[in-house]
Ligand binder design. Sequence first.
Ligand SMILES: Cc1ncc(COP(=O)(O)O)c(C=O)c1O
Length: 395
Amino acid sequence: MSKSPANYRPETRLVHSGTLRSQYGETSEALFLTQGYVYSSAEECEARFKGEDPGFIYSRYSNPTIAMFERRMIELEGAEAARSAATGMAAVTTAILAPLKAGDHVVASRALFGSCLYVIQDLLPRYGIETTLVDGANLDEWQRALKPNTKTFFLESPTNPTLDVLDIPSIAEIAHSGGARLVVDNVFATPIWQSPLALGADVVVYSATKHIDGQGRCLGGIILSSEAFIAEHVHNFMRQTGPSISPFNAWVLLKGLETLGVRVRAQTDTAARIADVLASHPKIARLVYPGREDHPQAALVKKQMRGGSTLVGFEVKGGKAAAFRVLNELKLAKISNNLGDAKSLVTHPATTTHQRLKPEVRAELGIGEGFIRFSAGLEHADDLIEDLTAALEKA
Ligand SMILES: Cc1ncc(COP(=O)(O)O)c(C=O)c1O
């Protein structure tokens, strides 16, 4: 008897899970670029709408290519169900907003990607949802923030851009003790290095735009959770409000998954080598790399992650002017606010992704004026190290 792809190791699931072959028996998954579906009879159509026939109805609800992408992610992540979305932010917003109503309360870690912070700080309160931001590394703050009306805890780990690692099992336990759910944005860890659901989280979200595509082509997002969470909160919200992914983007991401493991492993090895070189570099004031023994939460990294990170964070001595000189001198790594790409990308968070924050809030988060986020690509590590060290000479 053949095994189901879900029973194979992750590398095998990344290649085989979810494949639906058409009558032509294609090797590579087909792209079903269709808005709708035709029915062989009015009776079949009625049964589909009643949910008595499992086929497709309309691509805002579901589509064979999108279903393949979702199934592959479900089997990789160990989730029961998933819904993909047009962007990572559509996935984050849906996962947070869809189950809530006015009067509910959300607690989130302060160290969040700027748009996630907007959803928590600006958007939710406009609809009567109370929010509290905490220092995610401080478990007492999560505990103290918990109230009878708290429905959701939200965090990302490692955090963007300072790569702090938050204790997912302990934070999940605090959430559950108050009847709340934990939603984890797992973008920085990737499904290769961290499985939040297995660590106790209830919902995991991705910007598939990042490592899952990994080649800078299209945007996408996905929410993975229990059958009950997706059915009760996500399915109808997405079906009626329409932040659906395009089948074309789902196809690109599905094919991206086939190489996710090899890419993330190679990019992590390169990032680790870069971190080791920068750790003792005279122009660097501070280096953060999950996977090094000097990371502030090194023990936690070992406990909840299977590998380090494709990203390295470092503070150049000399503040913004020095950081800008390094960015402008780099020949290989490109200045971009994106990450997880085959091309190495460098970001100055203080003037881009976290520019909206007040300088004192940035300082509190550890985002100094000289802080640079380096997303290691698939170039040869030696070329990237030579490029970086040459640029640092000019800092
Ligand atoms: C941690 C994190 N979450 C969510 C997002 C949003 O993803 P997208 O750009 O696909 O909407 C990003 C990046 O943009 C991110 O870095």
